[in-house]
Design a protein. Structure first.
Length: 231
């Protein structure tokens, strides 16, 4: 069961949640399904593992990527391209905003309130329950409140990205799914999807929610990224 997203999807989450990898793979999966996708890199806080690091993979698959000006591409500066507002006022069938981690990164969304006004959008929070700050339902709800306060927007659903990097197992994914069910019940918000690494796709029983297969694109220099699905 694929992830049927459309409109404007705002992807937020704590540091270490893997939200940027999720944003990249959402874009690639939807493009593979024939959806016209554009991605905006709004991570103005973390200088590492931002969507722009996978611009070649995205652009080679026909995903339009909106970046800061070239002179500031690798800068850790609060620079918003004027193209972002235009992108939101005339969005593609699916427009993904990859927003910086934590409430500090979500503050940038406040500057886009006018551009988002009247548009159909959902803010989705990525959670890795293997991270200390989001290891409990209470921790996830606390992070949600901080992000909402900073962004002046409301989280509308959860994406569970349970992983231990290369140590991830099928049991890790199953435990994460059960955690997501508890989080959804406690918050009253839907579990939009869970993620499963490509290598474990055949080993994880099909859950009762959509699954996003993760092909890792953001890896250290000494590792190779996962091969992408054939176009």
């Amino acid at each position: 069961m694929g992830v049927a997203l459309d409109g404007i999807a705002i992807i937020v989450g704590d540091y270490g949640s893997g939200k940027t990898e999720v944003a990249i793979n959402l874009a690639l999966e939807r493009k593979q399904a024939g959806v016209d996708v554009r991605v905006a890199d709004l991570d103005l806080v973390n200088p590492y593992f931002r969507t722009r690091e996978a611009r070649q993979q995205l652009q080679s698959r026909g995903v339009d990527l909106v970046l800061p000006p070239a002179a500031y591409l690798h800068a850790d500066l609060p620079i918003l391209s004027p193209a972002i507002a235009g992108l939101l006022r005339s969005p593609s069938p699916l427009t993904i905003l990859d927003v910086g981690g934590d409430d500090a990164g979500a503050m940038v969304l406040g500057a886009l309130a006018d551009a988002l006004s009247g548009q159909r959008f959902r803010m989705l929070q990525v959670v890795n329950p293997l991270r200390p700050q989001t290891a409990t339902v209470e921790g996830c709800l606390k992070a949600k409140t901080a992000i909402e306060s900073a962004s002046r927007l409301t989280v509308k659903g959860w994406i569970i990205n349970a992983h231990l990097m290369n140590e991830t197992t099928a049991e890790t994914i199953a435990d994460g799914y059960r955690f997501g069910q508890r989080l959804a019940a406690a918050s009253g918000l839907p579990l939009v999807c869970i993620t499963v690494p490509q290598a474990l796709a055949a080993a994880v029983p099909a859950p009762d929610c959509p699954v996003l297969i993760i092909r890792r694109q953001l890896v250290p220099p000494w590792q190779q990224s996962d091969p992408l699905a054939k176009v």
